[in-house]
Design a binder for this molecule. Structure first.
Ligand code: HEC
Length: 94
């Protein structure tokens, strides 16, 4: 009985443990995205079937080039917030 309880507890806790794997503030990332990034595309570009970004590194690179395209200078921590939001919400890379 105890081991069943432990296992189900572990499964329950897993998503939050996973979500905590990237540093940053997801809510702030969402705010930044809505404020600066919806000019050229909507969030559906992140979930389109043939989406371009296939790894966390590629996502970082895309963020750098898109922030240039958006003409904003994000601080390192703002970049981290954006990365966390995009990964938690849409990409789910490990
Ligand atoms: C000046 C226009 C423009 C702005 C502003 C812009 N983007 Fe983009 N973004 C693009 C284009 C164009 C593509 C598609 C590139 C392609 O398909 O090769 C893209 C693609 C992306 C992708 C990859 C989608 C995929 O296929 O996986 C991500 C992630 C992304 N943008 C994030 C952002 C973020 C975050 C911001 C705000 C900092 C932003 N973009 C602002 C033009 C823009």
């Amino acid at each position: 009985m105890k081991s069943i309880l432990c296992t189900s507890l572990l499964i329950l806790l897993m998503p939050s443990a996973y979500a905590a794997s990237l540093p940053g503030d997801s809510a702030e990332g969402k705010r930044l995205l809505n404020a600066h990034c919806m000019e050229c595309h909507q969030t559906d570009i992140f979930t389109r079937k043939d989406r371009k970004v296939q790894s966390l590194d590629a996502l970082k690179e895309q963020l750098v080039s898109c922030s240039h395209a958006a003409k904003v200078e994000f601080s390192a921590s703002e970049m981290q917030d954006l990365l966390k939001y995009l990964n938690d919400q849409f990409y789910h890379f490990q």
